[in-house]
Design a protein around this ligand. Structure first.
Ligand code: UD1
Ligand code: CA
Length: 539
């Protein structure tokens, strides 16, 4: 940042009292959002770049909403109320008077030095431009420095009028301009730096003698010139920066420009964006070099992505931290911490308080909330994990539910290290499953499981032989059953002729395994119910 000519910026004033009727919204105009901040938030961000001693926001329409937003984004900022919108000059006089009153309350003199002013509806304004403006004022000793732009279509803007020597003499509003003045394409951005004392005096001389019957802040320029003061004009590099947002079309245009600015910066800083046109990155997002973002991805709030991580396609990450080398795809994550080398997705929903430690996995159709998943632990498929702590190298079988809610209160679950939770297990919290324990597939676990135990909590299976042929005669199932029975009988005949164990015997072993509490083959998380498969699946 350039040094504002050694002179400190005493105050920054944001004008945000207007109604913004063209937005057609119950939300005050300056609270409409783009790329992770409200318009007001963007403008305050730019003004904070000059480190003003005080920051004031003039509020009016939607006062309560604007004040509460200010409290959130800039608690040191002060809201000053303008009860009727008598114009931008009137708004600034109210703000300056409030600043002087605050100083007086602390026994300090009136505001002295540089005062910068910006409208609340120019979200693309950069800190660099505000800084250049304050620096120019400080260095020149002028009474005011104006941020001006050359625009392709000046309609609606105040025109910068210069004398034959090129010195700024006044600003003329659209409604008050002559035909010749309307042809001027050099316009007022509504961003100003003033000498506080000169501004204070000039504001007392404002009138409402104009087409809109308002006290125009730009009129201060004419008043200062007539009393012999010099006015500096600083031309902004890119006129888009000062484009005011008055309706939702302009808001979308500003958002697209800001998005382009943000993604371009990240690509220049070493981030791979496969499709910048479908990648939305909020201003406060941090992307480390050599991370890769795939198409259709929104990175929102204070999301951070570390080097080597791969995010997308089709992700929405809000306030989520993604560690080095992690892979996240087709996922919605809010307030999650995804550790290094962890893997998320596809079709995964990670809610606030989710923490995946190094190498952990939240796979397809998995939802998590307030869950701490230990290193190398896996939740590969179709599960809900809520209010849980899971140790290391543990595998949670497909379709497991952490039953955390009893209808009134939420309860916690603690699962140890190297645990194998069988598929379709209901873990009814509060519950503790010890290190190295197993649960049988299809169990409802309501009591703590000691380390190394197999917990079985399910009804014994009963096969009613011949039920289909008897109760569903003539159905396709009955015909299939009849075919199977006769071919099994044939096979049994052939096998006994050859002296080997019958198919029916083999089937008997499998059914014993499925019902026996001491047969760990029943616990597997994968579709075929084998624990070995569940471990293979977790890798
Ligand atoms: C203003 C300038 C114009 C400039 C343009 C740039 C005036 C008279 N004109 O016009 O020279 O080219 O901005 O965008 O200043 N506000 C208040 N209180 C009021 C009136 C306005 O706080 O009593 C706030 C509005 O909420 C808004 C800002 O001041 O944020 C500018 O007001 P707006 O009515 O939008 O002025 P423009 O017609 O755009
Ligand atoms: Ca405006």
């Amino acid at each position: 940042m350039t040094d504002p000519g050694e002179q400190r910026v005493a105050a920054a004033i944001v004008l945000a009292a207007g109604v913004g009727s063209r937005m057609k919204s119950t939300t005050p105009k300056v609270l409409h959002e783009l790329c992770g901040r409200t318009m007001l938030g963007h403008v305050i961000g730019a003004l904070r770049g000059v480190e003003p001693a005080q920051l004031v926001v003039v509020t009016g329409q939607g006062r309560e909403q604007v004040e509460s937003q200010l409290g959130e984004i800039d608690p040191l900022g002060v809201a000053v109320f303008q009860p009727v919108q008598n114009g931008t000059g009137h708004a600034v006089r109210i703000a300056l008077t409030a600043l002087d009153d605050m100083a007086a309350a602390h026994g300090a003199p009136q505001v002295d030095g540089i005062v910068v002013i910006a409208p609340g509806d120019t979200p693309l304004l950069s800190a660099a431009s505000v800084n250049a403006l304050a620096a120019r004022l400080g260095a020149s000793g002028a009474a005011a420095a104006l941020l001006i732009a050359r625009v392709p279509d000046p309609t609606g803007y105040g025109r910068i009028i210069r004398d034959e020597r090129g010195r700024v003499t006044k600003i003329v509003e659209q409604a008050d301009a002559t035909e010749a003045e309307r042809a001027v394409t050099e316009v007022n951005s509504s961003v100003y730096a003033f000498d506080a004392g000169k501004l204070r005096t000039a504001l007392t001389n404002l009138t409402t003698d104009n087409a809109q019957g308002e006290e125009y802040l730009p009129d201060v320029v004419r008043i200062l010139v007539s009393s012999g003061d010099a006015i500096e004009a600083v031309l902004v590099d890119d006129w888009h920066e000062i484009a005011g947002v008055n309706d939702r079309v302009q808001l979308a245009q500003a958002r697209a420009l800001l998005r382009d600015r943000i993604v371009t910066r990240h690509m220049r800083d070493g981030v791979t964006l496969i499709d910048p046109a479908t990648t939305w990155v909020d201003v406060d997002v941090v992307l480390e070099p050599d991370c890769v973002v795939l198409p259709n991805t929104m990175l929102l709030g204070h999301t951070q992505i570390a080097t080597g991580a791969r995010v997308g396609p089709n992700c929405e990450l809000r306030n989520t931290v993604v560690g080095a080398g992690a892979v996240v795809r087709d996922a919605t994550c809010d307030g999650a911490q995804i550790g290094p080398q962890a893997s998320v997705g596809p079709y995964t929903y990670l809610r606030p308080g989710t923490r995946l430690r190094r190498g952990a996995k939240a796979g397809g159709f998995v939802e998590m909330k307030n869950a701490d998943v230990g290193e190398d632990s896996k939740v590969p498929h179709l599960s809900y994990v809520g209010d849980a702590t899971i140790g290391e190298r543990t595998n949670i079988g497909a379709a497991t539910v952490f039953v955390n809610y009893d209808g009134v209160n939420k309860h916690n679950s603690v699962i140890g290290d190297d645990v194998r939770v069988g598929s379709d297990t209901m873990l009814v919290a509060p519950i503790t499953v010890g290190d190295g324990a197993y649960t049988a597939a299809g169990s409802v676990i309501v009591e703590d499981v000691p380390p190394g135990a197999l917990a079985v909590g399910r009804a014994h299976q009963r096969n009613v032989e011949g039920w289909v042929e008897k109760r569903r005669p003539g159905s396709s199932s009955a015909r299939a059953a009849a075919r199977a029975t006769s071919s099994a009988a044939e096979a049994a005949g052939a096998a006994s002729a050859a002296g080997v164990a019958s198919v029916a015997d083999a089937a008997g072993v499998a059914s014993a395994a499925a019902s026996g509490a001491d047969v760990p083959a029943a616990t597997g998380s994968d579709q075929n119910g084998s624990p070995d498969d569940s471990e293979g699946d977790a890798s």
